[in-house]
Design a binder for this molecule. Structure first.
Ligand code: ZN
Length: 153
């Protein structure tokens, strides 16, 4: 098992391009399969099942910021950007301090060529104190990528 550097989801070892975020950076994971059931499904690439399971958790009143964020990344994999936005806002509501929903929203906006809005989301994420150094570097790289496009206009 390995972890995708962008979406931070567990990925099967042979995968070259992440099925969730379509990026190619990975790091080794310390486990064969994660213990968390939703993460295990995601790591086995059973993305539809993982989505249904996580939605069921929400329906049962067991929603969490982590669950909402996983739903958001799965929705991204399914190209359902309205659902990405909904789940990101839900994740941000449940855990206001989390930078992750803003990173994902920025990522969606960046892919849509909406550079200024993407930078705004990344900057919100960049100001969150719980952001790890690794994540901080990723966010500043993404902001830099967006700004190269802005300066062309
Ligand atoms: Zn990924």
């Amino acid at each position: 098992m390995k972890i995708c550097l962008m979406c931070q989801m567990p990925r099967p070892e042979p995968e070259a391009v992440c099925s969730l975020c379509f990026e190619t950076g990975f790091e080794a994971a310390p486990w064969e399969l994660p213990e968390d059931f939703a993460l295990r499904l995601i790591g086995e690439n059973r993305l539809d099942v993982a989505y249904a399971y996580l939605e069921e958790e929400v329906a049962r009143g067991r929603e969490s910021a982590a669950g909402a964020l996983r739903l958001a990344w799965l929705a991204f994999a399914f190209n359902d950007f309205r659902a990405v936005e909904t789940w990101c806002h839900e994740a941000a509501r449940l855990e206001e301090a989390s930078p992750e929903p803003h990173i994902l929203l920025g990522f969606v906006l960046q892919r849509a060529g909406r550079w200024e809005e993407a930078v705004a989301e990344y900057e919100i994420a960049g100001r969150r104190s719980c952001l790890s150094n690794e994540r901080k570097h990723l966010v500043s790289d993404l902001i830099f990528e967006c700004k190269t496009h802005i300066s062309e206009f």
